[in-house]
Design a protein around this ligand. Structure first.
Ligand code: C5P
Length: 311
């Protein structure tokens, strides 16, 4: 049996450059992604037959072929037909439909765990290739830490760890956003602004502001880092979900150095220079917004991706 820890992620930067020019329907992005210490636990147990069975502590998670953990196991079984089945148990701590890549990180954990359980001997490059097939965020989830992600999100460059930075997360339990909806709505509203050719896309990438953020990360310059965050999907999600906009504002009023929506939302993150300040911000927001539907977490930047749980 293998037990893995699968971290959530936030986006410090998400610029939509235009449509992918390969006709895939995806968007060409510039992202800076950060793994955080809010993690799911994924257990894998061998089966004697060829079935894939998924169970999850959160009843809102589908346990059939729609689950990325299931898809990851099915993908490896297709490539390695001699493999047996697997029992997958997901202890869900990452909220669902939240913009935190909870599904993607479960898929990444199953790839890492089945490589061990089925003794496939995959190289990092092969794992990365399977991750790409599963979804745009899965390659990052595998690798974790802090990274620049280009293309659909699969072209990764590791960045220096953001040590000591506290991350406060807030999500209304009854709200969830479907990622395809967020991107499709963005396309409907902003397609006229999309860079159309490879050279226009390169220009948009260079002018998008990511260079300032990358330099701030290199130099651990928190004020510049805080001023250079970007998430284009806020333009469609915040007007539709005023509670999300209000939560973002409340984090800033509570003393966060920066606050922004995570991926396609509706989770909002806030940054603080220490865990103590992170907890103070959480308490202030809890007092200002005493809604029992609002969940809050304090976590930290996580310097790794999928890891085996140590006993
Ligand atoms: O790859 P994944 O299934 O996680 O992506 C979910 C949806 O997000 C896609 O179906 C697409 O609508 C949108 N997306 C996109 N461009 C990206 C990543 C995701 O349009 N680079």
């Amino acid at each position: 049996m293998y037990r893995l820890l699968a971290p959530a992620k936030i986006n410090l930067f998400l610029q939509i450059v235009g449509n992918c020019l390969d006709g895939s329907g995806y968007h060409e992005l510039v992202m800076v992604m950060q793994a955080v210490s809010l993690m799911d636990r994924v257990e894998l147990m061998p089966r004697r037959d060829r079935q894939i069975k998924v169970r999850c502590t959160n009843p809102a998670v589908p346990c059939d072929q729609r689950n990325l953990a299931y898809k990851a196991a099915a993908l490896l079984q297709r490539h390695f037909p001699a493999c047996q089945g697997v029992e997958i148990f997901i202890e869900k701590r990452i909220p669902v439909g939240a913009g935190l890549a909870g599904g993607s990180t479960n898929g990444a954990a199953v790839l890492v765990g089945l490589d061990l359980l089925w003794q496939l001997g995959l190289t990092q490059q092969e794992l990365q290739h399977f991750a790409e097939e599963l979804g745009a965020d899965v390659p990052f989830c595998l690798q974790g830490g802090t990274a620049l992600a280009l293309g659909r999100g699969e072209q990764l460059t590791p960045l220096p760890d953001l040590q000591d930075l506290s991350v406060v997360l807030g999500k209304y339990r009854s709200l969830s956003v479907a990622t395809p909806w967020a991107y499709q709505t963005y396309r409907q509203e902003f397609a006229a602004t999309y860079a159309q050719t490879p050279s226009e896309q390169e220009k948009a990438r260079q002018e998008g502001g990511s260079a300032t953020l990358l330099q701030a990360i290199q130099q651990h310059d928190l004020p510049t880092l805080a001023a250079s965050l970007r998430n284009d999907l806020e333009k469609v999600v915040l007007p539709r979900y005023p509670l999300v906009a209000q939560l973002r504002e409340q984090f800033l009023q509570a003393g966060a150095i920066a606050s922004m929506m995570c991926g396609s939302g509706p989770t909002v993150f806030a940054l603080a220079p220490s865990a103590d300040e992170g907890y103070t911000i959480m308490q202030r927001v809890r007092r200002a917004l005493p809604d029992p539907d609002l969940d809050l977490w304090v976590c930290e930047c996580c310097p790794h991706g999928i890891q085996l749980e140590t006993p």
